[in-house]
Ligand binder design. Sequence first.
Ligand SMILES: N[C@@H](CCC(=O)N[C@@H](CS)C(=O)NCC(=O)O)C(=O)O
Length: 209
Amino acid sequence: MLELYFWPMACSLASRIALMEAGIDARYRMAHLWTKKVVEDDSDFRTVSPKGAVPVLVLENGERLTESAAVLQYIADLKPELGLAPPSGDPDRYRLQEWLSFIGTEIHKGFLFPTFWYKDEASLAKPRARIGQTLSVPSAHLAHREFLVGNRFTVADGYLAWALLLLRHAGVDLAQWPDLGSYLVRIQARPQVKAAIGTEMQLWKSVAA
Ligand SMILES: N[C@@H](CCC(=O)N[C@@H](CS)C(=O)NCC(=O)O)C(=O)O
């Protein structure tokens, strides 16, 4: 069985969404992002991944895969018939990779990461100045589309939905981008997305308490 190392409401939520949308059973192991301990046995998370970051997907053969873009595509490719990623060679596969990269670098690392990890105002000035311009890109793209790639839900939609959810907690008012707001409502209404977020919100409340 696959295993996913995660932290509640961290970017690993996108991997949980992908697994649930794919209907793949997995074992979920919580890794504390600040202490770097695996919560269930207090072992050192850095022995699982020296990066000390989630997501980490432990494959059936025991290999460990990191980096959201790789993990999400791996999960999607386990169930090609579901179209969670366009097939390799399809021009839309590159569109998927384009979005995964944009979300991972421009929104996640470019804004969310400094906002949640850096405490000094000076380090936050540039990410804050840039986020509006960054969000205008998916907003314009989604103005007349239901999903990021093609005409069906892909793993990139789960990743963007996670990022948009966290943006709200990072003080970004999505009301400025109504097309992103309505997109998030649409994606969150999907039963598996809703269930994945519900599970992690409960876990988040228990660890934050
Ligand atoms: N490049 C990685 C970044 C993963 C990442 O930054 N994960 C965060 C949670 S959203 C984390 O575990 N941070 C802990 C740390 O960097 O020490 C990816 O795309 O998956």
